[in-house]
Design a protein around this ligand. Structure first.
Ligand code: NAI
Length: 246
């Protein structure tokens, strides 16, 4: 391990899975840069990390504005002198059956869930290649592996993230940069909060672990995949879903 503190960016860090990941990486000793659309939602994250003895920085950035995202990522590498870990977690849903899905809903989801991941990876690849070290962790979804009725846009974007990540793994592997997808199953966050209780009741019996997941379950996997010791793990899609997608 280098003697310098590893610098990690987590997008969509204000709540849910991203917040759990940011807190976990800070506990792992990383300097965590949390990104979300507004600073209001990030200050409490920074305070929590700092009061637990960690190091954190926060940046307001809408990942759907890809020019701003590229500038933000390049700015982090410049400010901190390095960029070791990139976790592309920010994501949205605009669910609906394909018959009724508008072009706007398709484009919005592709823009936030796939295009932003491409742009962030491209911006991070230069400092990571220069350092001959990098860990790219893209948050996919089981929907991107199996498909999911009502999520044509979301499943297409998350499947795209898999192809993108495998390509990055091949291109950057020789430079010491790994790229993997963590594909969550059913995780209890704001994103799933408005699903009917009936659906949740139907899903849980199908999960071998017999429970919905928590952000911490995903953070645990991200912690390992982004560690120095995980240098031989690349181009993989790791479903963290209690066994749901088997
Ligand atoms: P959430 O809705 O609770 O949080 C999403 C985060 O992304 C928030 O911090 C939000 O501010 C941020 N975000 C959304 N759009 C943004 C934008 N344009 N610019 C910057 N930040 C933006 O969602 P959750 O559940 O924590 O999801 C996190 C990731 O995990 C997403 O990529 C999602 O697709 C994925 N996922 C979640 C599952 C679940 O069951 N909750 C299942 C599979 C994947």
């Amino acid at each position: 391990m280098s003697t310098e503190r590893r610098v990690a960016i987590v997008t969509g860090a204000s709540r849910g899975i991203g917040r759990a990941i940011a807190k976990r990486l800070a506990r792992d000793g990383r300097l965590v840069v949390g990104m979300a659309r507004s600073l209001d939602t990030l200050t409490s994250l920074r305070d929590e990390i700092v009061s637990a003895g960690g190091q954190a920085d926060i940046i307001a950035c809408d990942v759907g504005d890809t020019a701003a995202l590229a500038a933000a990522i390049e700015g982090v590498a410049e400010k901190h002198g390095r960029l070791d870990i990139l976790v592309n977690n920010a994501g949205i849903t605009r669910d609906g059956l394909i018959l009724r899905m508008s072009d706007e809903d398709f484009d919005a989801v592709l823009n936030v869930n796939l295009r932003s991941v491409f742009v962030a990876c491209r911006s991070a690849s230069r400092p990571m290649m220069r350092q001959k070290f990098g860990r790219i962790v893209n948050i996919g979804s089981v929907s991107g592996i199996t498909g999911n009725a009502g999520q044509a846009n979301y499943a297409a974007a998350k499947a795209g993230v898999i192809g993108l990540t495998k390509t990055i793994a091949k291109e950057l592997g020789p430079k010491g940069v790994t790229a993997n997808v963590i594909a969550p199953g059913f995780i209890e966050t704001d994103m799933t909060a408005n699903l009917a209780q009936m659906i949740k009741d139907q899903v849980v019996p199908q999960i071998p672990a017999r429970r919905v997941g928590q952000g911490e379950d995903i953070a645990e996997a991200v912690s390992y995949v982004s560690s120095d010791g995980a240098g031989y793990l690349t181009g993989q899609v790791i479903a963290v879903d209690g066994g749901l997608s088997m």
